[in-house]
Design a binder for this molecule. Structure first.
Ligand code: PD2
Ligand code: ZN
Length: 299
């Protein structure tokens, strides 16, 4: 390991320290190891053998490989990666203080970034959202990326409505909680959408970002840029079916009242593996509220 043995071992564990320690030679060496087929744990062991502090080496490895993957994606013509919302969960806390409520972390997956939250909404908040939404429900539309308008879509057989941001005190409180939980400005959120699925209704797998190849996308992006994260909140517990599925990674999140699933996508590309759908409701009904998060202020 020619280059890494020239690095002085460090006890610092922050990403900043790791970045400082990554010389161009080390970067090249890590990429060569990866391209030669050595798995990350093997490369990490070589670095430790050469005297690297384990945490610093792991950070250096992760940063270098991520930067390399980003560069490759951009060379292939994929949109560039942007900052995404991310819950503040540095030391794997069981719960996050979302301001007015402690929210549980039930599952956290790195790639794709998926986090399942428990206890995000109280039963009363779920009921209040349903009650306020119910009189305004209509057959769900999806964004028509060909034109930038909206259209009825057979892939989405639910009924839905949008609240305005901050439309009533319950909506406002939930939006403030989400902004704190995901460390993302409240202004960057679209209005909450409520969806109601009856038995048999589903939302076929799709991506939530706007397809850069579609002609209507430029118009849509003028209002706040791309979507970079989704939070699906379950307002009731269906009897059977109605899970949120991630087919690329064979994950299904069970809908439970008050819980939520969050996922983020740093570029508008399938490589994010954030394909997801709402599985058919088999028995009972399903109510959700979705918050989509944009790059910038959504006016
Ligand atoms: O209802 C769901 O689980 C679901 C699945 C996929 C909701 C959405 N997408 C969405 O609101 O974007
Ligand atoms: Zn979706």
């Amino acid at each position: 390991m020619a280059s890494s043995s020239e690095q002085s071992p460090s006890t610092a564990t922050t990403a900043a320290a790791a970045r400082q320690a990554i010389t161009p030679e080390l970067r090249r060496w890590i990429i060569e190891q990866a391209e030669a087929g050595f798995a990350a744990p093997v490369v990490l062991q070589s670095m430790r053998d050469a005297g690297w502090n384990e945490d610093t080496a792991a950070e250096a490895l992760e940063i270098t490989l991520q930067d390399h993957l980003n560069a490759l994606a951009e060379q292939q013509g994929q949109p560039s990666a942007v900052k995404v919302p991310e819950p503040l969960m540095g030391e794997s806390p069981a719960q996050i203080d979302a301001g007015d409520r402690m929210v549980s972390i039930l599952l956290a997956m790195a790639k794709p970034r998926i986090v399942v939250f428990g206890n995000l909404l109280s039963p009363e908040e779920c009921d209040a959202l349903i009650a306020a939404a119910e009189p305004r429900m209509a057959r769900s539309l999806t964004v028509a990326t060909k034109t930038g308008g909206e259209e009825v879509n057979d892939d989405r057989t639910s009924d839905g409505m949008f609240f305005q941001r901050g439309e009533n005190p319950v909506v406002q409180r939930i939006e403030e909680r989400i902004a704190r939980l995901l460390d993302w400005p409240i202004e960057n959120g679209e209005g909450l959408q409520v969806l109601h699925y009856r038995p048999g209704a589903e939302y076929k797998p799709h991506y939530d970002y706007f397809d850069p190849g579609e002609p209507g996308t430029a118009t849509i992006l003028k209002r706040g840029g791309q979507r970079v994260g989704t939070l699906v909140m379950y307002l009731n517990t269906p009897e059977k079916g109605g899970g949120t599925t991630f087919p690329d990674v064979h994950v299904e999140v069970g809908p439970q009242r008050g819980n939520a699933v969050f996922f983020s996508y740093e570029r508008a590309a399938p490589s994010t593996r954030t394909l997801h759908g709402g599985a058919p409701v088999i028995a009972g009904e399903k109510w959700i509220a979705t918050k989509w998060l944009r790059e910038r202020e959504f006016k």
